[in-house]
Design a protein around this ligand. Structure first.
Ligand SMILES: *Cc1c(COP(=O)(O)O)cnc(C)c1O
Length: 376
């Protein structure tokens, strides 16, 4: 979260004073419709037909996307080895098995490795627009199409990013954004957004996100049968904050992108041979960080130590490197062994190997890549 101010406080105050804090309410009785308004604004902003603001974060949004697609036991979902663990664990939440694939030098899913890891059980792929840097969507979509695989975009770290002039999150069957405090904008510390342009996937995601869908006004419009899901409903206060944050988003991105350009120039001026990571769409990236690549770990460490300003090696990113996802590596999933997808009969022939050897190339790249955060 880069910016906040009085506007957030004022809009939250209006909701609190209205005394209507639930997402559904009667405008004639003073309900402000903040959640619904945010959802319409996000649809306008991204170009997706349907958006759902939710609590439970980007993780909930990803889970709703997979539930919306009907992914479950017996299915494999390909995810990159460099991301936040939730990209992989949301797959387990719906009973399917995540298969890790390598990233390339763009620090996003390597389309060629994605293709190599496809099996007859692969039902979906989750490309991650990592660190605000967009994936090679043309190649990923072409491969997914060739094998009949659904694409769910994890745009949690890339709010407002674009690939060839179109907002990320809208290329696949569904997309997810995170509004937690560490992301570009926030809905008050936690939050997430699901998007899709497919009515059926949206309806199923909506049902999954609201355990009480049956009793909401939307129930009458749903074509999909209502089933029991989870409870990820947004509150009106989080929506009020999200709306103000959205109004700040383009300004934040403009400043991030211009600061990133300046930072690159400063680095280049001092290190003539600096090699920046290749981009799939440089203009579309959010500009939250500048990424450099070196011949080896030693030179990467030397650069990070001399540049400072928060510079760090990808391999030291801890939580974003798959070898650090201990509960997943140890296959400790859910609260009960019979609900652990690794124990499901339907999953017994699927690939579930998560060792150092699984994504060697990712580890090799991370060891010689340096991230420098962009400040605004
Ligand atoms: C933050 C993040 C998520 C999950 O978002 P939460 O809001 O924390 O649930 C998923 N994927 C990536 C790549 C993230 O950075």
């Amino acid at each position: 979260m880069y910016r906040s101010g009085r506007e957030e406080i004022e809009e939250v105050a209006k909701v609190l004073l209205s005394n209507q804090w639930f997402r559904v309410g009667d405008p004639a009785k003073g309900h402000l419709q903040e959640t619904v308004r945010f959802e319409r604004e996000w649809e306008n902003y991204t170009g997706a037909k349907f958006a759902i603001l939710m609590s439970g974060g980007g993780t909930a949004a990803l889970t709703c996307a997979l539930a919306g697609l009907g992914i479950g036991p017996g299915d494999e979902v390909i995810v990159p080895a460099f991301t936040w663990m939730a990209t992989a664990t949301c797959v387990l939440t719906v009973g399917a098995i995540p298969v890790l694939a390598d990233i390339d030098e763009t620090m996003t899913l390597d389309p060629e490795d994605f293709e190599r890891r496809i099996s007859t059980n692969t039902k979906a792929v989750i490309p991650v627009h990592m660190s605000g840097r967009v994936c090679n969507m043309d190649k990923i979509l072409a491969i997914a199409d060739k094998y009949g695989i659904s694409v769910v975009e994890d745009s949690c770290q890339a709010i407002g990013a674009e690939y060839k002039g179109r907002k990320t999150g809208t290329f696949g069957k569904a997309g997810a954004f995170s509004l937690n405090w560490y992301k570009i904008i926030s809905s008050g510390g936690e939050g997430g957004i699901f998007v899709s342009s497919d009515r059926r996937i949206f309806e199923r995601a909506f049902i999954f996100h609201d355990s009480g869908s049956l009793f909401r006004p939307i129930a009458g419009e749903l074509e999909e049968e209502i089933f029991v899901g989870q409870q990820y409903r947004a509150s009106e206060t989080m929506a009020a904050i999200a709306r103000v944050q959205l109004s700040r988003l383009d300004g934040i991105l403009r400043d991030l992108r211009s600061s990133a350009t300046k930072l690159k120039e400063q680095i280049q001026a001092k290190y003539k041979n600096a090699k920046f990571a290749p981009d799939n769409d440089e203009k579309g990236n959010c500009g939250t960080c500048v990424v450099l690549q070196f011949e080896d770990e030693k030179s990467a460490r030397e650069f990070a130590a001399s540049w400072q300003c928060g510079a760090y090696l990808g391999i030291d990113h801890g939580k974003h490197v798959y070898t650090c996802w201990e509960p997943l590596l140890k296959k400790r999933i859910m609260h009960h062994p019979r609900m652990n997808p690794f124990n499901f009969q339907e999953n017994r022939n699927l690939r579930m190997d998560y060792s150092e050897a699984t994504c060697r190339r990712t580890l090799e790249i991370l060891k010689r890549t340096v991230f420098v955060p962009v400040l605004i």
